[in-house]
Design a protein around this ligand. Structure first.
Ligand SMILES: [Zn+2]
Length: 290
């Protein structure tokens, strides 16, 4: 197996060439997965459906197979990605499923909690090799993002990505997608006075890896629309989104379950999630590109 025709990489390569961004959205359940696919089909947009390891651990192979089925049977290109696989048991579950014939299109092998780059590489390489052998593309984080999101461990100590080290890191790990730290962080920016991204560093990295390694932006809660547009202009092609769609969905579902029949509450919440996805496809310029 190789990643020559990998679905995630194909979607990101076209986005980079076309100068648009790909919504890579955390889905926590079947309804949100269906909502993302429904929205992508309506907007004629490519997309990436991503799961957190905690969601995979909950639903295991059958739920991953369901996500692969809804994503891959869509009328537009949609890949299925595992976000932030840090723990041994989660990586073993995901990579083991790939080896048994239920492969994610891509997995983020996240060893950014390591103390040094050398340790990060040493931790990541064996998993990346197994992924590549199973045709699964890999994303890695170099530097370190602070903060936390629902389903992720809380991390402290921002380390900005060093472009020179990034070259060595990507070569030595053999990973396919880079998630850099340019001052972006997981969770709310409010306690820190708002986002403070080093956009020049972001552009340096995306120019350096142009045509070879797509750049993924993490930590997008509360960002202004203009910053999303700017990161795409500066070469980001994969944009991870989580609470933007999840929060209105959960709120609508909780309210709906109080006074609507169950299927109606589910349908209405699915539409809330889908409408927010469509908003992103238009903002990222991917609508009509599939
Ligand atoms: Zn992230």
């Amino acid at each position: 197996m190789s990643v020559a025709n990998n679905r995630t990489l194909e979607i990101l390569r076209k986005a980079e060439e076309g100068g648009y961004g790909i919504l890579s959205l955390s889905c926590y359940d079947a309804s949100s997965a269906i909502a993302l696919v429904r929205a992508a089909e309506r907007a004629k947009s490519p997309a990436i459906l991503q799961l957190f390891p905690i969601t995979l651990a909950y639903g295991k192979g059958p739920f991953l197979q369901f996500c692969l089925d809804v994503a891959h049977s869509a009328s537009v290109p949609i890949a299925v990605h595992l976000d932030h696989a840090t723990d041994h048991e989660h990586l073993e579950l995901a990579v083991g499923l790939a080896e048994q014939g239920i492969p994610f299109d891509s997995i983020m092998v996240d060893a950014s909690h390591a103390e040094t780059d050398e340790e990060n590489i040493a931790l990541a390489v064996p998993w990346i090799k197994r992924c590549l052998a199973a045709g699964v593309a890999t994303e890695v984080e170099l530097g370190r993002l602070e903060g936390g999101e629902a389903g992720l461990r809380e991390v402290s100590g921002t380390i900005l990505t060093d472009p020179t080290k990034a070259e060595t890191f990507l070569r030595e790990t053999g990973a396919n997608v880079l998630a850099p730290c340019v001052g972006n962080r997981h969770g709310s920016y409010k306690p820190f006075g708002g986002p403070d991204w080093d956009l020049d560093l972001l552009e340096t990295l995306s120019k350096q890896f142009k045509g070879r390694i797509p750049i993924c932006a993490h930590g997008t809660d509360e960002l202004p629309e203009e910053l999303f547009r700017e990161m795409i202009r500066r070469g980001v092609s994969k944009i991870n989104v989580n609470s933007w769609c999840r929060d209105p969905y959960v709120e609508n579902l909780a309210e709906g379950l109080k006074n609507k029949p169950f299927p109606e509450a589910i349908e209405d919440a699915t539409e809330v999630f889908a409408k927010k996805c469509e908003w992103f496809f238009h903002l990222f310029g991917s609508a009509g590109k599939a």
